[in-house]
Write a protein that binds this ligand. Structure first.
Ligand SMILES: Nc1ncnc2c1ncn2[C@@H]1O[C@H](COP(=O)(O)OP(=O)(O)OP(=O)(O)O)[C@@H](O)[C@H]1O
Ligand SMILES: [Mg+2]
Length: 248
C-alpha cells in the first residue's frame, strides 16, 4: 500500500492505471470489491455513498474534506486502483493542459484528484464544464477541439477556502471530523499490526499516548514511534517523552 502510494505521489500529471484490478460493472452489489474493510477502517456510510455514486446512471461528484491523516488519500488511492478507467492526480502537480490532454485522449470515467485545493484557479476553472455538462473544449495549436464526456470527479482537500466557489458547488462535500480517541486507537492498532507488525497492546499504548499527550489524531505519529520501538514496549515511553521534549 505504502509503495503504491509513493508511486502515485511521484506522478507529475494524470497517469493511467496500467492494470486496473476491477471494472466498474461487476461492482454493482459487490461491496467488498471496491473498498477492502481492512484497508479503510470505518466510514461504512461513506463507502456506501461511493458505491451508490459509481452505480448512478449519471455523474455525481464527491469532495472529501478533512484534517491531515483522516484517511482522505486512502479513499482516493483505493478508488484509483480499483475503478476501471480511472485517472489519479495530485492537485499540486496537475495543470489544465495535462488534465485536458488526458481527458481528450483517454476519456476517463473517473477523475480522482487528491489535494485539489492545491490546483491553481485557472486549472480549477478547467473542471467546471466537465463537471456540469461533461462538455470540454479548448484551443490547442490553433485548433479548436471539443468533446462530451461522462466523468465522475472524486476529490479531496484539507479545506475548501482555496477552492473556487463554482467548483465547490459542483461537488457534494463530505466532511471528515477528527477521529475520536476510540476510533483513533482502533485504527492505529489495526494499522500498526498490519503494516508494522506491532503487537496490539503496544500499539494501543502508543495510540493513547499520542492522542492524549500530543493532542493529535495523527496516525503518522504512531507509525514513527512504532518503527522506533521495534515492538519493544520498554522503549515506548522514552521515545514519546523525547518527542514531547523537542516538540515545537
Ligand atoms: N480510517 C482509516 N483506516 C485505515 N487507515 C487510516 C485511516 N485513517 C487514516 N489512516 C492511515 O493514516 C495515514 C494517513 O492517511 P491519509 O494519507 O489517507 O490521510 P489524509 O487525510 O490524506 O491526510 P493529508 O490531509 O495530510 O493528506 C495512512 O497511513 C492511512 O493508512
Ligand atoms: Mg492526503
Amino acid at each position: 500500500m505504502i509503495e503504491l502510494f509513493s508511486r502515485w505521489r511521484k506522478k507529475a500529471e494524470f497517469v493511467p492505471n496500467s492494470k486496473p484490478k476491477y471494472t466498474n460493472k461487476p461492482l454493482v452489489g459487490k461491496k467488498g470489491s471496491l473498498f477492502d474493510d481492512a484497508e479503510i477502517i470505518g466510514f461504512e456510510d461513506v463507502k456506501n455513498l461511493f458505491y451508490m455514486a459509481i452505480n448512478a446512471d449519471k455523474p455525481i461528484h464527491f469532495l472529501l474534506v478533512g484534517p491531515p491523516a483522516s484517511g482522505k488519500s486512502l479513499f482516493m488511492s483505493c478508488l484509483a486502483s480499483r475503478l476501471d478507467r480511472s485517472y489519479y492526480a495530485v492537485g499540486s502537480s496537475s495543470t489544465k493542459s495535462g488534465i485536458f490532454d488526458y481527458l481528450f485522449e483517454h476519456r476517463p470515467r473517473y477523475l480522482i484528484i487528491d489535494e485539489i485545493e492545491k490546483m491553481n484557479k485557472i486549472d480549477q476553472t478547467s473542471l467546471l464544464n466537465l463537471m456540469e455538462s461533461g462538455i470540454i473544449s479548448e484551443l490547442k495549436h490553433r485548433q479548436q477541439r471539443s468533446t462530451q464526456l461522462k466523468t465522475w470527479v472524486f476529490a479531496s482537500c484539507n479545506g475548501t477556502n482555496k477552492l473556487l466557489q463554482p467548483l465547490l458547488t459542483r461537488f457534494q462535500p463530505i466532511h471528515f471530523n477528527p477521529y475520536t480517541e476510540d476510533e483513533f486507537v482502533d485504527i492505529a492498532v489495526k494499522l500498526l499490526d498490519k503494516e508494522e507488525g506491532i503487537d496490539s497492546d503496544i500499539a494501543a499504548i502508543i495510540a493513547k499516548e499520542v492522542f492524549n499527550k500530543f493532542k493529535t489524531a495523527n496516525i503518522r505519529e504512531c507509525v514513527r514511534i512504532a518503527r522506533l520501538t521495534k515492538n519493544d514496549i520498554s522503549k515506548v515511553q522514552l521515545i514519546i517523552d523525547t518527542f514531547k521534549k523537542y516538540a515545537a
